[in-house]
Design a protein around this ligand. Structure first.
Ligand code: TYD
Length: 228
């Protein structure tokens, strides 16, 4: 997690989440967007889930080690929810209140896709946990990076090198294909919040698409666009 000390905009900040399957390039794109916002003297906070706060990082370790899987899908979902609760209360909400632009690598849509659509945890339970953990907090913009799964998994393998795949990377190819579909459905169901980004290009081209989406959705006035 890192926060720039640039100029503080007035009022509540903006909450932007990045979502997508394995190896879709979320962390690369978040870094590029943070650099661009920082260069425009916007105060930014980059964070991630699971994790992003000291308590949630402990839970990150538990779920990615595969510990949560042993407890069953509902209990594993509770671990993600507990991590999110701590992260929202101690990091995200305070940063938004300070006027920061919060860029978060994964958020509640990951639970809907991985645990809901793929893990078959009932959406009623997921919605109930969401009410407790995030209440009315909704991202101003969610960028869903979309990429053929074979390419994403290959990128994830290159990034991992000789390390072992984590809990979700080691799932079957069909899991990742279903995951891609689940994210596409999330984007279709909430077009006011979500933008599906074609991530099958070089990082600068994808960054251009991300910037266009952000500019169109969150910087609607010509004056704001010129000032950035
Ligand atoms: P991470 O190493 O951060 O992966 P990535 O670079 O793909 O974001 O691992 C996070 C993993 O946790 C990822 O496989 C998705 C999964 N996850 C869930 O299953 N549910 C959730 O609510 C969140 C936030 C993540």
């Amino acid at each position: 997690m890192s926060e720039s000390a640039a100029q503080r905009p007035s009022g509540r900040g903006r909450f932007i989440t990045f979502e997508g399957g394995e190896g879709t390039g979320k962390s690369t794109q978040i870094k590029k967007l943070a650099d661009r916002l920082n260069a425009a003297r916007m105060r930014t906070l980059v964070t991630r889930e699971p994790g992003g706060s000291p308590g949630a990082e402990i839970m990150r370790h538990l779920v990615l080690s595969g510990m949560g899987k042993l407890l069953g899908p509902e209990a594993e979902t509770l671990l993600f929810a507990a991590a999110r609760d701590d992260h929202v209360r101690t990091v995200i909400q305070p940063a938004l209140n300070r006027g920061a632009w919060v860029l978060c690598d994964r958020f509640a849509d990951s639970t809907r896709a991985y645990q809901g659509s793929l893990g078959r945890v009932p959406m009623g339970l997921i919605n109930a946990m969401q009410r407790v953990t995030i209440g009315d907090l909704k991202p101003d913009l969610t960028l869903i990076l979309d990429l053929p799964v074979e390419i994403g998994l290959q990128r994830a393998a290159v990034r991992r090198g000789s390390g072992t795949p984590d809990r979700f990377e080691s799932e079957k190819l069909s899991f990742h294909q279903d995951l891609r579909e689940a994210y596409r459905t999330i984007a279709e169901d909430d077009p006011g919040r979500c933008v599906l980004i074609d991530a099958n290009s070089d990082p600068d081209t994808v960054a251009g698409r991300v910037w266009t989406a952000l500019r169109d959705r969150l910087l609607p006035t010509p004056a704001s666009v010129v000032s950035l």
